[in-house]
Design a protein around this ligand. Structure first.
Ligand code: ADP
Length: 268
């Protein structure tokens, strides 16, 4: 986005020419965009939990309530406050990543270990059966471990969240020329065709009846994309509405096969 300022230069009354000054306004334009996105998120996403917090605290303060009821209201307040915290954290996180103010700490990461770690976080999940299908041969990538964990956690949380009827959630891992593919497959609501293209953009949620009551910020997948692309990879989705979804990311291997590096360290 450019803004052009033009000034005609005169010598006495004779016009010598016009000087144009170009100013790149891309950054300002992006900031404006971000501000208006923030404003619309504030009005939709922040207002709902805040009015619920206000409503329930007023009830608790002004009425004599039985302990069970008090507990129920406090649980709701806690849940809504948590939702607000998540939204704010996600938003700031993404902003920091986009502005590059948070450097990535790259190290050697064995992807199967990372997957096992993240799956461990979901060991108390009761309504879904989580499993790991690994057919990969080499899995060494150079990555920021915490960021990749964040991607996988987001994808598995979504798989669970958008499969309200339960079902299998499978993390699959395989090699593909010079790269590692990791996917998270569920048997949930799926994604309508028209929503797929913009799904990885900020604040994009799917506006369908089947998920009106499922909370979220529309930032999770934007964060995933930002992280994966910073690793030189790519992320995409395949899905059949009503059947389920498969989110896959692809990362370059540290030692692609055939380039002389060992798959495992030599003995001794
Ligand atoms: P959020 O989950 O906070 O809404 P995301 O960016 O993680 O935001 O996801 C954006 C939208 O994509 C979700 O609102 C949901 O409609 C859809 N979506 C994401 N993951 C899945 C999934 N596994 N199955 C069905 N829909 C999904």
């Amino acid at each position: 986005v450019f803004v052009v300022y033009g000034t005609t230069v005169y010598d006495d009354s004779e016009a010598l020419g016009t000087v144009f000054v170009y100013r790149d306004m891309t950054r300002e334009y992006e900031l404006d965009q971000m501000k208006s996105e923030l404003v619309s998120t504030v009005s939709h996403e922040l207002r709902t939990p805040l009015s619920s917090v206000l409503g329930f605290t007023e009830l608790l303060l002004n009425r004599e309530l039985k302990p069970e009821r008090q507990k129920r209201y406090l649980t709701t307040i806690h849940k809504e406050a948590k939702r607000l915290t998540n939204l704010i954290n996600d938003f700031l996180d993404l902003q920091r990543m986009e502005s590059g103010s948070q450097p990535y700490t790259m190290e050697d990461v064995r992807m199967e270990e990372l997957v096992m770690d993240v799956l461990g976080q979901f060991r108390h999940e009761e309504n879904h059966r989580l499993s790991f299908a690994d057919t990969s041969v080499s899995t060494l990538v150079e990555a920021d471990k915490e960021r990749l964990q964040q991607v996988l956690t987001n994808l598995i949380s979504n798989a669970i969240k958008f499969s309200p009827g339960g079902g299998d959630v499978v993390v699959q891992m395989e090699n593909s020329t010079g790269a590692l593919h990791v996917s998270v497959k569920d048997e949930g609501l799926g994604i309508p065709e028209h929503a797929k293209a913009s799904l990885f953009q900020k604040f994009q949620r799917v506006d369908e009846d089947d998920r009106q009551n499922i909370g979220g910020t529309g930032l999770g997948l934007a964060i995933c994309r930002e992280i994966i692309e910073r690793h030189g990879g790519r992320i995409w989705v395949e899905s059949e509405p009503g059947e389920g979804s498969v989110f896959t990311f692809r990362l370059p291997l540290k030692h692609p096969a055939g380039q002389g590096a060992p798959v495992s360290a030599p003995a001794g």
